[in-house]
Write a new protein. Sequence first.
Length: 260
Amino acid sequence: MVITLVFLFILGGCLLIYMLREAFLNNIIEHEFSFPDFPKSLGSISIFFISDIHRRTISDKVINPVMGKADIVVIGGDLTEKGVSFEKVKANLRKLKQIGPVYFVWGNNDYEVDYHKLDTILLELGIKVLANTAVTFESVKGEKFCLLGVDDLNQERDRLDLALLDAEESGFKILASHYPNITDKILPEHKIRLVLSGHTHGGQIHILGYSPHERGKIKKLDNTVQLISNGYGTTSIPLRLGAPAECHLITLNGNSVIEG
């Protein structure tokens, strides 16, 4: 009996250590998305995508490897949450700015804090907030790439229609939304080629392979392609199992094969 209890204690301790390790990994997952209608004159565009930072301090282990490789940074919501100091938020944003221009969409936990102050910090640091808006990049030949962002779906603040109006109709469009189910509102005629989302943490903890949410993945839908991230941080408890922490280096180009 004693031996069994000791064995279970050791096993439980090992599992706890493993779950802590998964929660604080600095994985950078690289993806290549190729679309026939991507503007050829743009060559390729690289995006560093990170979502659900929550209470974590962003490590140099994810900053240094992507410096010089990413053209822009997209924060997919839940940059912070209740109880996180604004000094930590500022430090994380300054690190991300080392990579390149930073764009941000709101997540549900960002509204737990004084979001007016958070908005002021984002403005002061030169972070572009994509709240039902879009930003357009243009090549020397006049071809356009549009990054759209919508506000928090949980509070019904999202207005995809306004983001689409703000984007160039002829531009190659991708969309950032904290909530993955924004895809329910995307129509084929919107021509949004890629959606970047987080929120679910990939289920965060899978017990015997089960969790309320599926692991982060790439989905090929009828109306778009979607990348759902496990996210970088955690909520409630700093543990993960079967859904390790991750961020993403995404390359878009004009070849003919979309990553599976």
